[in-house]
Design a protein around this ligand. Structure first.
Ligand SMILES: [Zn+2]
Length: 273
């Protein structure tokens, strides 16, 4: 599943190619991808609008149009490709946006889990799906006292709470492990038992880990000729996630794998007591 850094990378790539382009046609070949409004309204409203900007909230991509905003979640396998009208439509291409100059932006999704919403631009933050999202990692409102309030009644392990998108949005399974490793926090520790120092560390390393991954995405992307295949996971940057049996870079203890809240979780038993 693409995480925040990958979505940020996709957003930047699409932004370079899409801003200023007018949508001249919309085809929906697999209706379930469009969660709201109806397919007919989705098509009718978008045709004729120009893409003015690209944004990201959590793991959602947002196409800012003249009047509306198209909100798109890639879920497991969603990808955007650029094609021309002459290119054959493959069976995994479900939504096709024709842009001026014969170019098509095609949404491809082998698993069909991705979802799109079209909302009025001014309602972006106050309607589904974005209304339920918590703070972005770089939001100034993300403070120790904010986390303290959110965590005070949470008896769940901190690993699970970091994945709760209604508190901080954009931390997925891979980066949650990395953040906890750098904070030297055991993933099973109850969120409500964390100290102010722990919370400070979480805020610091959440930003640092995601910023590094975004930078890595920025370098990875240059090796692609288009936005195709922008799903790299930057595994080479990781300390613990997926490293079971390898040595901790800090203390040389063997990295362990366990399950927390049903999610595969990697940690160093010595550094993260
Ligand atoms: Zn260690």
């Amino acid at each position: 599943m693409p995480e925040l850094p990958e979505v940020e990378t996709v957003k930047e790539t699409l932004k370079q190619k899409l801003v200023g382009k007018k949508i001249t046609d919309v085809q929906v070949l697999y209706p379930s991808i469009v969660a709201s409004p109806t397919i007919l309204e989705f098509q009718k409203r978008m045709i004729g609008q120009t893409i003015r900007d690209m944004k990201r909230r959590g793991k959602w991509l947002i196409f800012i149009l003249d009047e509306d905003a198209l909100i798109s979640h890639l879920r497991m396998e969603g990808k955007y490709f650029f094609r021309t009208k002459e290119d054959v439509i493959t069976k995994h291409e479900h939504v096709i946006f024709t842009l001026d100059h014969n170019v098509e932006l095609r949404y491809q999704d082998t698993r069909k889990f991705g979802r799109m919403y079209l909302v009025k631009k001014e309602d972006l933050d106050t309607t589904k799906p974005l209304i339920d999202l918590g703070l972005e990692p770089w939001d100034h409102a993300l403070t120790v006292s904010y986390l303290k309030t959110c965590y005070q009644k949470k008896s769940l392990p901190i690993k699970s709470v970091l994945l709760d998108q209604s508190i901080i949005t954009g931390i997925g399974n891979i980066y949650a492990d990395e953040i906890l490793y750098l904070c030297k926090l055991n993933p099973m520790k109850k969120a409500k038992d964390l100290t102010e120092h722990d919370l400070k560390q979480i805020i610091h390393y959440t930003k640092e880990v995601l910023e590094l991954a975004i930078k890595a995405g920025g370098t990875t992307i240059r090796s692609y000729t288009s936005s195709e295949g922008v799903t790299g996971r930057f595994q080479h940057e990781l300390y613990v996630h997926g490293k079971v049996g390898e040595m901790c870079k800090c203390c040389h203890t063997t990295i362990l794998k366990t399950k927390v809240g049903g999610r595969g979780t990697y940690y160093c038993p010595t550094c993260q007591k």
